[in-house]
Design a protein around this ligand. Structure first.
Ligand code: ADP
Ligand code: ZN
Ligand code: ZN
Length: 828
């Protein structure tokens, strides 16, 4: 090859633009710019971005002026080039740009945009062979004076356009550096541990101490508990007592503990913990599997050799997690990495704790709610993963964004709760389904993928039945605990006879009393948060609605306000009707907040807590409440679907579903499948350990087929019935759906454009085009919405269909600049 030939780099820009962008590589960066590294490039007149190098070549693109790469950020790839195949698949399949995939993939700490800041490096000294030119000196003084500047501000600064070139030299000479969000000094995280003070380390001094507390029972109780838990007189302290957990789970007061510390009976030490694996406790070995589990385990391993995907269909509490643990162990022992995907990681603290107990610091947790520092930290650890070391972050438990981590030796992917629709990304693009993407990632890496659930999605079960996937079922609970007994309670009858106590039928009310008498725990499920879904004027029927969306406002009592659950718009609860002025306004329907208020009144002795979006806004609240329930300090837990996911409580004997009809009456082809899954999962929380649990489903329609199938634990019947409907009405898994969503501020413009688009699509796709239709909620955040659906036969070439669809969309868009059109492939 010609040594002098100019090299070019195709880069990915973090923007929703199609395709790659080509820049020339300046002489001094030749051979240093390699795929997977980040570079700073100029795009447009004054914007700078960090772009990712995709490919190096020497074909000069024609037709436009090529700019030089401004600066190279990495000397080795931050994204292994092997990942690009997966990224390309995602962009193509879900019809997003590769830049959008980049944005979804990288933690923001690795993304630089025009806002990225440049800072003076205070440790810098000018040396003889590293002299600054006068222009460099000038720019450095400018940066110094301003403390830090964004790349954009810098470009607008005194030296105008040449600033970026000079910056490049300053960076190279080490006079300034790029602030990568990583600069905040890393603060190790600590936990407080309680220990007995050395002052009472002998038996004699201890007895004296206990004696002195005889008349102060609260202090005595805490001290005795600490002694018990630390088992000091055997082989020295055995167990660590974590202060926070100790106080919470025993309900002790901090003030009393502090008095004991003041008296020097107890001391507090701070222990540093790794922020990813906060669990610090005893390590547990892999459980011995039951016969049924062992059989399933062996069968799964057999399928791993012959099938790309295996579906583990095990009823709730059948011990799927223990099987995963054993499979994970085998892969880690071989030096492989394992990815364990969960739909919503915030809600799965129990699973994380169980896996951490076995795998200790090999566990890393990754999801979009971690702060950026933490995400970059994990990213880099995985990037530098080294089989020899065989240590941290070998097992990643993550939500969907974990699919993009730079794995080097991935050996297995598990997608737990595979049926869960929160695996699907809604906004922004790429609108990908993490389970489906995991299957592709597994295929590209030539490694097995395991899907696990008690209630498979129709699609996965269909694939298993048609022999595309391996299929393993576990139809008994671990240690042969019985499946819960499920009954219905007829709401119509109870209302008619005026027997309802707030939201409770007599059956549920009586069963709750029995459970409480037996000191057993209860879960009540209501899939609506807030106090009441809407309020209404008693004299004229006025219902307050959201200013921006086509929905009624939900009444929240705790702050006496009306809130929109779609856009967050909120107003004070009005004390009179704004139409007729009447002061008589009533609340309609009920959400979890009202249930909590009423249950507290009906069962004044019981300890009641609520889990929904409103009570779990802080990072630790969900963990705290479910932890307290698990340890027995709550009797009745009221919650939305947040409590249905992967929780395993030991003492729940009764589950009440307050209104099943809410779920069933959704105008959506997946509504029945989803209701079945949700009801079966909620029911599965009952009677998990020591005895058969009871589940009471309150409904106006006890004969409803789905409810009857849940009662009979008859997944198969639900499947057959739903599948024949899907076939008849041309839905997945027989047809692929692509949704085209149009949004516009002006409803008549929207109507016009959506008609135009659907007509053009019909010319090409004929009867495969449905709509335009207004969704149930036809205005959100001040934008009116219309949907058009394309139904494509499974056998047809979806690639060419997508291409033609995009061409038509492109034309319509170019004629109507103000329309927002997005595409959702396989909408949920
Ligand atoms: P699933 O994930 O199928 O709902 P889990 O794995 O949570 O089921 O198991 C339910 C309960 O049974 C858990 O408390 C778990 O610890 C226990 N369990 C399951 N298998 C075993 C085993 N082989 N040895 C000991 N305990 C087990
Ligand atoms: Zn009124
Ligand atoms: Zn709104």
């Amino acid at each position: 090859m010609d040594q002098l030939a100019i090299q070019y780099a195709d880069v990915i820009l973090p923007l929703p633009l199609t395709g790659y962008f080509t820049y020339s590589i300046p002489e001094e960066l030749k051979d240093k710019v390699i795929p997977g590294c980040r570079v700073i490039v100029q795009f447009g007149v004054k914007k700078f971005y960090s772009a990712l190098v995709h490919k190096i070549h020497s074909c000069k693109p024609e037709g436009y002026q090529i700019k030089d790469i401004e600066y190279l950020l990495d000397f080795s790839p931050v994204v292994p080039p092997e990942s690009f195949e997966f990224w390309d698949w995602m962009a193509n399949y879900y019809q997003s740009s590769i830049g959008e995939v980049l944005k979804a993939a990288l933690p923001s700490g690795l993304k630089l945009e025009s806002e990225t800041r440049v800072i003076y490096n205070s440790g810098y000294t000018e040396s003889l062979d590293n002299r600054l030119s006068p222009r460099e000196q000038l720019l450095l003084e400018h940066i110094c004076e301003k403390k830090n500047l964004s790349i954009l501000e810098l470009n607008n600064s005194l030296l105008k356009k040449s600033s970026i070139c000079i910056l490049k030299d300053l960076l190279q000479k080490g006079a300034v550096r790029i602030e990568e969000n990583m600069k905040e000094s890393y603060k190790p995280k600590t936990i407080s541990l309680i220990q007995l003070s050395p002052k009472i380390s002998t038996e004699r001094s201890l007895l004296i101490a206990l004696d002195s507390l005889k008349k102060i029972p609260k202090q005595l109780e805490i001290l005795t508990k600490v002694i018990d838990e630390s088992e000091i007189f055997e082989n020295g302290p055995k167990r660590e007592i974590q202060k926070k957990e100790f106080l919470q789970s025993n309900g002790y007061s901090l003030a009393v503990l502090n008095t004991l510390i003041k008296k020097d009976f107890l001391t507090i030490t701070e222990k540093q913990v790794d922020r990813m694996t906060e669990y610090s406790g005893l390590q547990k070995s892999v459980s011995e599997l039951s016969e049924a589990q062992e059989k399933a385990f062996l069968l799964i391993k057999k399928f791993f050799k012959s099938k790309p995907v295996t579906l583990l269909h095990g009823v709730t509490s059948s011990g799927k997690t223990e099987i995963y643990i054993k499979l994970i162990k085998e892969h880690l022992d071989q030096g492989k990495q394992v990815l364990y995907l969960l739909p919503e990681i915030g809600l799965t603290t129990q699973i994380i704790a169980r896996l951490s107990l076995v795998f200790g610091n090999k566990v890393g947790i990754y999801h979009s709610k971690l702060n950026d520092q933490e995400r970059v930290e994990i990213w880099n650890k995985i990037l530098n993963y080294n089989t020899q070391e065989n240590s941290s972050y070998q097992l990643i438990i993550g939500a969907r964004s974990a699919l993009f981590l730079p794995f080097r030796k991935l050996g297995l992917i598990i997608a737990d709760e595979e049926h869960d629709t929160s695996f699907k990304q809604y906004d922004p693009a790429p609108r990908y389904h993490a389970r489906d993407a995991a299957i592709v990632l597994g295929h590209l890496n030539k490694i097995p993928v395991l899907l696990g659930t008690a209630t498979p999605s129709l699609e996965s079960y269909f694939n298993a039945k048609s022999d595309k996937y391996g299929y393993v079922s576990l139809d008994e609970r671990y240690s042969k605990i019985e499946m819960p007994l499920i009954m219905t309670a007829n709401l119509k009858e109870a209302y008619h006879r005026k027997q309802m106590k707030s939201q409770l039928t007599p059956l549920l009310f009586d069963e709750m009393n029995k459970a409480l008498q037996n000191k057993e725990q209860i879960i009540l499920f209501q899939n609506r948060r807030g106090f009441s879904p809407f309020i209404q004027c008693k004299s004229c029927g006025w219902i307050p609605k959201c200013h921006n969306c086509d929905v009624s406002l939900t009444f929240h009592k705790h702050n006496n306000s009306l809130i929109c659950h779609y856009c967050g718009y909120s107003i004070n609860n009005p004390d009179h009707c704004s139409d007729c002025g009447s002061k008589e306004i009533s609340t309609k329907g009920f959400g979890t907040e009202k249930v909590e208020e009423d249950i507290t009144m009906l069962f004044p002795e019981a300890r009641v807590e609520r889990v929904d979006l409103d009570t779990t806004r802080s990072k630790t609240a969900f963990e705290r409440i479910t932890g307290a329930f698990d340890s027995g300090s709550i009797d009745i837990l009221i919650g939305t679907q947040m409590i249905t996911k992967g929780l395993d409580f030991k003492n729940v004997s009764l589950v009440g579903i307050l209104n099943a009809d809410n779920l069933l009456n959704h105008p959506d082809f997946r509504a029945f499948e989803r209701s079945y899954q949700l009801l079966a999962q909620v029911a599965g929380r009952a009677g998990r350990k020591y005895k058969q649990g009871k589940v009471i489903i309150q409904t106006f329609d006890p004969e409803n087929t789905i409810i009857q199938e849940v009662i009979g634990n008859d997944y198969e019947a639900m499947y057959n019935e739903q599948l024949s409907e899907r076939k008849q009405f041309k839905y997945p898994p027989f047809f692929r759906i692509i949704a085209i969503i149009l949004k516009h501020r002006d409803p008549s413009e929207l109507n016009k454009i959506s008609e135009e688009l659907s007509n053009e699509l019909r010319i090409r796709f004929g009867r495969r085009v449905l709509g335009p239709e207004s969704p149930v909620i036809n205005r959100i955040k001040s934008l009116y919405i219309k949907n058009i659906w394309l139904k494509i036969e499974r056998e047809a070439s979806v690639v060419s269909a997508k291409r033609q669809m995009q061409e038509i969309i492109g034309e319509v868009k170019s004629r109507n600049k103000s329309i927002i059109i997005s595409v959702d492939v396989d909408p949920m």
